[in-house]
Design a protein around this ligand. Structure first.
Ligand SMILES: Cc1cc2nc3c(=O)[nH]c(=O)nc-3n(C[C@H](O)[C@H](O)[C@H](O)COP(=O)(O)O)c2cc1C
Ligand SMILES: [Mn+2]
Length: 518
């Protein structure tokens, strides 16, 4: 699909009966959040709130809240189909005969049309506000009761320790300045944050929440492990202002692209073009000319971060872990422009105890990135990031075990693989186990594991949002080897076979089933 935009996607969803308009007046403070939580957990439709109290623009939420809508945004019938396309991209079959080469031509042409295309004009700039920009006009929601309540700071002790971290010194640089705590905890939650590497010019998009403090002041909540923060540290070293844009809307694929755990220096826009089967059209920002944003976006916030300026207290925020992430220091984003379409829709999401909309964004990644994970770790046949694990807390991994301690090698490899490195619990099972079936996995753990022999505990970087780690972003990880043990894995007794009925009897019983009168 070429370009595309959110409003087209909204019409598509509506035509298929996958979107409901809500005409009743609703409060952006907590009420929308509670409605959405109930609808998402019931597997319900996307919601277009047309009458948000005190707000001029309609609000769209739960857009990607089911597998079906997630697939629609990816222009695909199944996540597995997308994964297969990714696989053919990273592991192309080399054509040998002339016929095969000819057949490959359309695919090659498709590849050529992937890089983003910069155009002169875009509907995202139909209305341009610069000196009169006011981001408090956005119908940003408050998701959970204590959002923005600064009494929920990280503890004094943790804060002291934090201040002693070398990276934190660099971030804070000047004194802490916990001022401007006037905002009632309202956040932009579905924005793509567009930045560029000041050395290479490489673009990055990350979905990082943005807290609104005033007409021209926000906080940028990027975790230190993410590419936006990596770019920021480069600007900081150079002592230069960092130009930024936060885009809402555009092609339906863009929110997913912003959440993709691509390797650093791989442009999410390029990947979006591949998924979208056509280049993403971008326009240069009006006040930050080095940054480009999707031409068909609904809203764009343009601005900059001054790395020499003191950070601001951001949070707390009811997070996808099911807990509040506590308030902490993050860079100030100064707004230089707010541009939008003439009749924009404001897209947003809530996170909280799963399942929420982000569970489906995460599932898409789990499926789509399987081929890439297998390229790094060929032992992996399949994996599952179960819902209760909130992405980083747990991974079930299936391998074809061929030699002793292979499961441990796989754990180590995962703990070194991109954002999978943040996985706190890894369970490795044998080839015959269905990793998508949680009961089946725990059956293997409980029956196959000798805790003393089969558990590995290590340490390393962990998700910033993990509140159980003694120090933020660093903590213990556990690997559970639930595979069948083989010679070479320590002293083991003869290992019994798992029960299974013989195929011929199964077939016979199936054939005769009607006769039994059951
Ligand atoms: C709804 C939602 C909200 C998110 N909020 C944040 C956030 O506030 N800060 C952050 O660093 N990552 C957040 N993430 C995760 C990142 O978007 C994700 O890890 C992405 O791969 C980061 O991109 P990057 O590797 O280019 O930095 C969020 C993800 C989702 C789905
Ligand atoms: Mn990235």
């Amino acid at each position: 699909m070429p370009a595309g935009d959110l409003q087209t996607f909204v019409s598509q969803l509506e035509q298929r009966g996958l979107l409901k308009r809500v005409r009743a007046e609703v409060d952006p403070i907590l009420e929308i959040s509670e409605i959405t939580d109930r609808v998402t957990k019931a597997g319900g439709p996307a919601l277009l709130f047309e009458n948000v109290r005190g707000q001029e623009w309609p609000l769209l939420i739960n857009t990607f809240g089911t597998r079906e809508r997630m697939c629609l945004s990816l222009e695909s019938n199944s996540l597995e189909d997308v994964a297969a396309r990714v696989k053919s991209l990273i592991k192309p079959e080399i054509p040998t005969t002339l016929m095969q080469k000819l057949k490959k031509l359309p695919e090659l042409a498709q590849l050529g049309s992937l890089p983003p295309k910069v155009v002169k004009r875009g509907v995202c700039q139909e209305v341009v506000k610069t000196t009169d920009a006011d981001v408090t006009r956005l119908p940003a929601i408050r998701c959970w009761p204590h959002d923005g309540d600064v009494s929920l700071l990280v503890s004094d002790e943790a804060q002291d320790r934090l201040k002693r971290e070398p990276w934190f010194d660099a971030l804070a640089k000047s004194a802490y300045a916990p001022t401007e705590q006037t905002a009632p905890g309202r956040y932009i939650t579905l924005g793509g944050v567009y930045t560029k590497d000041p050395e290479t010019g490489d673009r990055n998009i990350g979905m990082y929440r943005v807290q609104i403090f005033g007409p021209k002041l926000c906080a940028m909540h990027w975790h230190m492990h993410h590419d936006g923060a990596r770019h920021f540290r480069k600007y900081q070293r150079r002592g230069e202002r960092m130009p930024i844009a936060v885009a809402l809307g555009g092609p339906a694929i863009m929110p997913y692209a912003a959440t993709c755990p691509l390797p650093p220096d791989i442009d999410e826009c390029l990947f979006a073009g591949f998924l979208n089967r056509g280049a993403i059209e971008l326009v240069p920002c009006v006040s930050q000319s080095t940054i480009e944003v999707p031409a068909t976006a609904e809203f764009v916030i343009e601005g900059y971060i001054d790395p020499t300026e003191a950070p601001v207290i951001e949070g707390p925020f009811g997070d996808h872990t099911g807990f509040y992430s506590l308030a902490d220091y993050y860079p100030r984003l100064h707004v230089t422009a707010l541009t939008h379409r003439r009749n924009p829709i404001y897209p947003t999401t809530i996170v909280g105890k799963p399942p929420q909309e982000d569970f489906w964004l995460g599932k898409a990644t789990e499926r789509i990135f399987l081929p890439m994970l297998q390229m790094l770790i060929p032992d992996i046949i399949d994996y599952n990031l179960p819902m209760f694990g909130c992405f980083h807390n747990c991974a079930f991994v299936k391998i074809r075990k061929e030699y002793p301690f292979q499961a441990r090698r796989v754990m180590s490899a995962i703990w070194g693989a991109g954002q999978m490195a943040f996985t706190k619990f890894i369970v490795v099972v044998d080839e015959h186990v269905d990793v998508q079936n949680e009961q089946a996995v725990w059956f293997q753990v409980c029956s196959n594991v000798d805790p003393q022999r089969d558990i590995t505990i290590t340490q390393g970087p962990l998700d910033i949002l993990d509140h159980a780690t003694p120090v933020m972003g660093v903590g213990g990880k556990i690997g559970i080897d639930a595979t069948r043990k083989i010679p070479g894995e320590g002293q083991i007794r003869r290992w019994p076979d798992e029960l299974e009925m013989s195929a011929s009897i199964k077939e016979l019983v199936s054939r005769r089933w009607a006769e039994y009168g059951l």
